[in-house]
Design a protein around this ligand. Structure first.
Ligand code: CP
Ligand code: NVA
Length: 321
């Protein structure tokens, strides 16, 4: 099956439910083969990736560099001060040069259009390593973690409580595609992007996912199986910090809130985490899956890179999604 070969990975919107499931299946397969069975599996020997970061990163950089190395390839990290891109050289020119040497380009950027230009100009597949608008790699890791924990994804009721940001947008596309129910609670004026909401609702209408949006965290968390949040101050919003901390009052994930909401839940957070959005007892507690979720960033980006470069058939039976 070569449907994914050569494809950019910029948004889950561009992938069918079967393609997303294929990526998750491969990620679980790679974890089984390499981590559990201790297999050395290097199908990407001789392959390279250029990693462009306009913003900081722990997980995205590490998962891609180490993940590609595990598969036999090599990644080169280019931080904001390491590359001419967009400063001394146009995105178009840089894209063509990078594509001449690397087999894959991953970029973490501010404006999402930057990724689209990069993808248009580069002849090799481009991966979104986070933009102000979307972070699709994170949702693959979140879904893999839910699958490992529940044994399925469709049927898990998810509550997003916090900012209607890049992670929330990708979660909306992911849930819509896989038919997963999602409640979103944000403070007023921090709602997710309107166009994305309309598109995601349209997809959800077809797959049967129930979506609810509002400004009441307890109502959103009502009997949810998975509570997900993120920082209230994303990279690039540092100057709004004081205002945001005030506007997000009442959105902290804590025991009192979740007791009112009832239900048995697990907790996810893409990290990095700040103190204000979730209390320590939950973040470090037994319901928290955050470390597994962080590790799964590696297995999932490995699956994306592998499928972009060659067809792959997992060795394990397809898990339930
Ligand atoms: N979750 C995530 O993308 O983390 P980094 O910013 O560390 O890459
Ligand atoms: N919303 C956060 C996610 C970090 C992984 C940000 O964009 O900074």
């Amino acid at each position: 099956d070569n449907r994914l070969v050569g494809r950019d990975f910029l948004s889950l919107k561009n992938f069918s439910s079967d393609e997303i499931k294929q990526l998750l299946w491969t990620a679980i397969d790679l974890k089984t083969r390499i981590k559990e069975n201790g297999e050395v599996f290097q199908p990407l020997k001789g392959k390279t990736a250029a990693l462009i970061f306009q913003k900081r990163s722990t997980r995205t950089r590490l998962s891609t560099e180490l993940g590609l190395a595990k598969l036999g390839g090599h990644a080169c990290f280019l931080g904001p001060d390491d590359i001419h891109l967009g400063v001394n050289e146009s995105v178009k020119d840089s894209a063509r040069v990078l594509a001449g040497m690397a087999d894959i380009i991953l970029a973490r950027v501010f404006g999402h259009d930057f990724l689209e230009i990069l993808a248009d100009e580069a002849k090799v597949p481009v991966i979104n390593g986070l933009s102000d608008l979307l972070h699709p790699l994170q949702i693959l890791a979140d879904f893999m973690t839910l699958q490992e924990n529940f044994g399925y994804i469709r049927g898990v009721k998810i509550a997003w409580i916090g900012d209607g940001n890049n992670i929330c947008h990708s979660l909306m596309y992911g849930c819509a595609k896989l038919g997963v129910d999602l409640n979103v609670a944000t403070p007023a004026s921090y709602e997710p992007n309107h166009a994305i909401t309309v598109e995601a609702m349209k997809i959800a209408g077809k797959t049967g996912a129930s979506f609810n949006f509002g400004n009441d965290p307890v109502a959103a968390a009502y009997r949810a199986d998975a509570i997900i949040t993120d920082t209230w101050v994303s990279m690039g919003q540092e100057e709004e910090k004081q205002k945001r901390l005030k506007d997000f009052a009442g959105y902290q994930i804590n025991r009192k809130m979740l007791k009112e909401a009832g239900g048995n839940w697990v907790f996810l957070h893409c990290l990095p985490r700040k103190q204000e959005e979730v209390t320590d007892d939950i973040f470090y507690g037994e319901e928290s899956l955050v470390w597994q979720e962080a590790e799964n960033r590696m297995w999932t980006v490995m699956a994306v890179m592998l499928h972009q470069l060659q067809p792959y058939r997992p060795t394990i039976p397809m898990p339930k999604f």
